[in-house]
Ligand binder design. Structure first.
Ligand code: SF4
Length: 137
């Protein structure tokens, strides 16, 4: 396969966000950003994915589920934290049920997109850069 055509298939886990980051993530599939045109997609099952996108600070409720989903993604795989909460610097990081972001709750993400919430363009650029990195370009 030509590495220029490497795609990324992402499973998304909302790990306790306020849904602000999800709103921005949703925009990637509209006709303005059209992320499928770049070879990026959100898939329904971690078994179909090579990338895990996490939003939210990782709360107690989602901690085990996040680990289960990460283990279900076949290797090689990449981890993406979207938003300040997932990055460990958001408004919920010190909340009583928060694990303080993806790095503390799971492992260091390959990509971090900061912002509360980040704009769709920031998310798209970060995912596209990861796609090039995964392609060896
Ligand atoms: S970073 Fe902001 S928008 Fe995203 S989940 Fe946290 S509070 Fe909500």
């Amino acid at each position: 396969m030509n590495p220029m055509w490497r795609t990324l298939q992402a499973r998304h886990v909302d790990a306790g966000s306020c849904n602000g980051c999800e709103q921005e993530l949703t925009h990637l599939s509209n006709r303005v950003y059209d992320f499928q045109h770049l070879g990026l997609d959100i898939v329904a099952s971690p078994r179909q994915a090579d990338t895990l996108i996490v939003t939210g600070p990782v709360n107690d409720t989602m901690y085990l589920a996040l680990h289960t989903v990460w283990e279900a993604v076949p290797s090689p795989k990449w981890l993406v934290a979207i938003g300040d909460c997932a990055a460990g610097c958001g408004v919920f990081q010190s909340a009583y049920a928060s694990h303080g972001g993806v790095a503390k709750a799971l492992r260091t993400p390959d990509v971090v997109v900061k912002g509360c919430p980040p704009e769709p363009r920031q998310i798209l650029d970060a995912l596209n850069q990861l796609r090039h990195k995964a392609s060896g370009n």
